[in-house]
Write a protein that binds this ligand. Structure first.
Ligand code: ATP
Length: 362
């Protein structure tokens, strides 16, 4: 089911929770809405579900208008063919697992084949043996699986999920992430997933939509959003790294990237026609930094601030330059806080936010 949002706008009093917001979600894709608390993610989800009314704008599902204030079209929530999963499970405590899932089907008036549908939904979330239990007899992960079964029992074409894993511990979250991803693909649903956790968004989604203050900042594949952020805001919100303002300079045939007052890195692989002293903004991810305890040709120097063990490698934070900028790097070697190190930026692989044209980022 393709979903199209056109100029959706919503205010609560004087607060504009969604500025005119447009987005097209292709059928069968898993899309995450990612953004800080209060940016309007839940409001958008509730508007799509029909639980909240937008002030203006249009929503289409497979080219059919399901909401338009101007045209006075308001398809009620139960007719939109949408399943929803919330953060707090929202199960009825006095009903068994079976009854909880059956309840939502009964509410939509579809009693035919009810038992089979509930059983199938419970099998899909691997809870076939838990039909007669009550919610308090289940773990948090199992309760969330009941909530998922309830959302999919009616064969919805679209599933909306609002931070469904945030009440679970880390191990369970990993397990549930995999279950949700495979379920969405297996049942060929279009999924919209709200989260403020960038790792969750990046690892689960076909597309990520980065939001802030009721607007869409950037949309794209997780790889695009991480590698080619279009603004400083997106770059800062996604992944670790340092954003630096600097200048591109030419000297004879050579081009240099100059940041801070005194840090200079050669650019060898660019096709830019660079105007001398052209301003630039760059994103330096940890994987763009080469670190060493020994001085090497062209190295700059910095002082280690902290070292975190990540399993197969270390994440190293160090300070450089006159303005004491912080850089992140990965290393297989363990460094010690306070130690002087030598580094270079692999300038040809970093991403330029500015200038937008002219520089090859590959
Ligand atoms: P979170 O991740 O914290 O859930 P969010 O991105 O989902 O945040 P929303 O819940 O959509 O954000 O809220 C967007 C803005 O609208 C917030 O400033 C919120 O306080 C406000 N808001 C949401 N619902 C209402 C309401 N019913 N009445 C008044 N203000 C509201």
């Amino acid at each position: 089911m393709k979903i199209e949002l056109r100029a959706i706008q919503k205010s609560f009093g004087s607060l504009e929770a969604l500025k005119p917001f447009s987005l097209t979600i292709p059928s069968g894709t898993f899309v995450s809405l990612l953004g800080p608390s209060g940016c309007g993610k839940t409001t958008l989800l509730r508007i799509i579900a029909g639980l909240e009314e937008a002030d203006s704008g249009t929503i289409k599902m497979n080219d059919q208008i399901i909401y338009s204030n101007e045209k006075n079209i308001h398809l009620p929530p139960q007719k939109r063919g949408i399943g929803m999963v919330f953060q707090d499970f929202a199960l009825w405590p006095h009903m068994t697992v079976f009854e909880n899932v059956a309840y939502s089907l009964k509410a939509t008036g579809k009693k035919k084949g009810l038992r089979e549908k509930v059983d199938q939904a419970l099998e899909n979330v691997q809870l076939g043996d838990y039909r007669e239990r009550y919610p308090h007899q289940l773990s948090g992960g199992q309760q969330q699986r009941v909530a998922i079964a309830r959302a999919i029992a009616n064969d919805p074409a679209v599933i909306l999920m609002d931070e469904p894993l945030s009440a679970l511990d880390a191990t369970l979250r990993d397990e549930m992430r995999i279950l949700l991803q495979s379920l969405v693909k297996r049942l060929n649903m279009t999924a919209i997933y709200v989260t403020h956790d960038q790792n969750e968004a990046m690892s689960m989604s076909d597309y990520v939509v980065v939001m802030n203050a009721g607007t869409l900042l950037q949309e794209g594949t997780p790889e695009d959003i991480y590698r080619y952020p279009q603004t400083k805001e997106v770059a800062a919100f996604i992944g670790k790294g340092t954003i630096w303002d600097g200048h591109l300079q030419t000297q004879g045939d050579e081009t240099y990237l100059k940041v801070e007052a005194d840090l200079c890195f050669p650019l060898t692989n660019n096709t830019a026609k660079i105007i001398h002293n052209e301003p630039c903004t760059i994103v330096v991810r940890p994987e763009h930094v080469r670190l060493s305890q020994l001085m090497f040709n062209g190295a700059q120097t910095g002082v280690i601030e902290s070292v975190s063990f990540l399993g197969e490698r270390y994440e190293v934070t160090f300070r450089v330059g006159q303005k004491e900028k912080r850089l992140f790097a990965y290393s297989y070697e363990r460094f010690t806080p306070g130690q002087q190190i030598y580094f270079t930026i692999l300038a040809d692989s970093i991403h330029f936010i500015q200038p937008l044209g002219g520089i090859t980022n590959e």
